[in-house]
Design a protein around this ligand. Structure first.
Ligand code: IFM
Length: 452
């Protein structure tokens, strides 16, 4: 048993975090291009202007992917690179970049997985109201159509949105991310509804204009939960908690059910709907039908989880973390159990084949005197997490795992201060160095996780 024979081992990135070339070859501007230029938004004033310069170095990067033995690469398209105003005029140079990227991946035997939206809202659309504007549904659909027309002859796998929880929650509620807005709750629920409809519209367009039978999914994040013990009552407590809403309204976006039930079950979660009704826009049956346009696979980004038990009062409660609980450099808890219980609970509820579309950690990696990058913490983290994933693979229809990230990159508001890559990037010279974990992951891939 263990991982299926055709299990897909890959790594993921996103456009703004690695591409650079922010003002090149006719690319339009998006909200991050603008946000990073304002003082105080990004650690140490970093920007993604150059990032990993992947726009120019992608051929070398694909060679490294090959050397690592990756079977698949999940990357995102910068909407404003191919449609500078978000709609209308096509930038052929942007199309040519992604086209060559895809061809080169295929020449190296690496399956491309495209994410349509990893947070780069074209600035021109933002100025027209962005996600507040119901027209976003059609604009996103038009973008998906163009992607299908130009790339789906060679690309079979697509994810629509990456982590709507973040781009709505951090972008429009807390304002930590672009475009840096602290909107009223009512507005954020309206945006979320438009986002879900845009997802549905993109699925329709990909299917209609796809040049082959496409495999289409969605890649949210959300707070995972795992039980303190394997006693049935604790398992039930964790199951209830993972799909329930936060107690605090202003924390509402960190939720699995709100963002996934409509897509996979065709309705918003009932209890929460009642609770948040005062903030909700008008929602019609046609809206729900569009949102629930059938998808083929379910992607979930999983980094950590909360430990849950059934309280004495019969209600689920969170188990406090002990003093000195293990944490990654970015201060996220190390909780490998989430990679077993997360897919298990999601599969029970949504009954779709699952991909882990992101998982990984940041370490403050350095180049040692021997010129190598030793990252034992990453190897230890991955050994623990992938061991749990292997358990899940025995019970769940699990199709693939994409490590976040292929290489160090621009970590949004943290700039380059956090390193998530299997490959170290020296941002001064753009030199790439395999970390020890990249060699370790290569072995995992070769043996299909046999030793985990
Ligand atoms: O870098 C991000 C990515 O863009 C979205 N998911 C989480 C990663 C680590 O923070």
């Amino acid at each position: 048993m263990g991982f299926a024979k055709d299990f897909v081992w890959g790594a993921a990135t996103s456009s703004y975090q690695i591409e650079g070339a922010a003002q090149e070859d006719g690319k339009g501007q998006h909200v991050w291009d603008v946000f990073v230029k304002e003082p105080g938004h990004i650690a140490e004033g970093h920007t993604g202007d150059r990032a990993c310069d992947h726009y120019h170095l992608f051929r070398e990067d694909i060679k490294l992917m090959k050397e690592m033995g990756l079977m698949a690469y999940r990357f995102s398209i910068d909407w404003s690179r191919i449609l500078p105003e978000g709609v209308g005029r096509v930038n052929e140079k942007g199309i040519a970049f992604y086209s060559e990227l895809i061809d080169t991946l295929l020449q190296h035997g690496i399956e491309p997985y495209i994410t349509l939206y990893h947070w780069e809202l074209p600035y021109a659309l933002h100025q027209r109201g962005g996600w507040m504007n119901p027209q976003m549904v059609e604009w996103f659909g038009e973008y998906a159509k163009l992607v299908a027309e130009r790339f789906s002859d060679r690309v079979k796998y697509f994810f629509t949105l990456n982590e709507p929880q973040c781009f709505v929650g951090l972008g429009f509620l807390t304002g930590e991310h672009a475009p840096g807005i602290k909107a009223p709750l009512k507005d954020t629920f309206a945006m979320a509804h438009h986002v879900l409809k845009a997802h549905g519209r993109a699925v329709q367009m990909l299917r209609q204009y796809g040049k082959q039978d496409l495999v289409i999914g969605y890649a949210p994040t959300g707070s995972m939960c795992y039980p303190e013990t394997e006693r049935e009552e604790d398992v039930e407590a964790a199951r209830q908690m993972i799909f329930s809403m936060s107690q605090e309204d202003r924390n509402w976006t960190w939720n699995v059910a709100w963002w996934s039930d409509p897509i996979l079950l065709g309705h918003y979660p009932e209890k929460e709907f009642a609770c948040y009704e005062k903030y909700l826009p008008k929602i019609t049956d046609d809206d729900m039908k569009l949102i629930a346009e059938p998808i083929d696979i379910y992607g979930q980004n999983i980094y950590n989880g909360r430990c849950i038990r059934m309280g004495k009062d019969g209600k689920p409660e969170e188990v406090p973390r002990y003093v000195g609980f293990p944490r990654t450099a970015i201060n996220w808890p190390v909780t490998p159990e989430c990679l077993y219980w997360g897919p298990k609970f999601l599969y029970e509820r949504y009954k779709k084949p699952i991909y882990i579309t992101e998982n990984g950690l940041s370490c403050h990696d350095v180049v040692s005197l021997d010129k190598k990058v030793h990252d034992p913490n990453r190897i230890d983290f991955l050994a623990r997490y992938l061991h749990e994933l292997k358990r899940a693979a025995e019970e769940v229809d699990l199709r693939g795992y994409f490590h976040w990230s292929l290489m160090d990159n621009f970590e949004w508001a943290k700039g380059y201060t956090e390193r998530f890559g299997l490959i170290y990037v020296d941002y001064r010279t753009q030199e790439r160095i395999f970390k020890d974990s990249a060699y370790w992951y290569r072995d995992v891939i070769r043996k299909n996780g046999e030793d985990l």
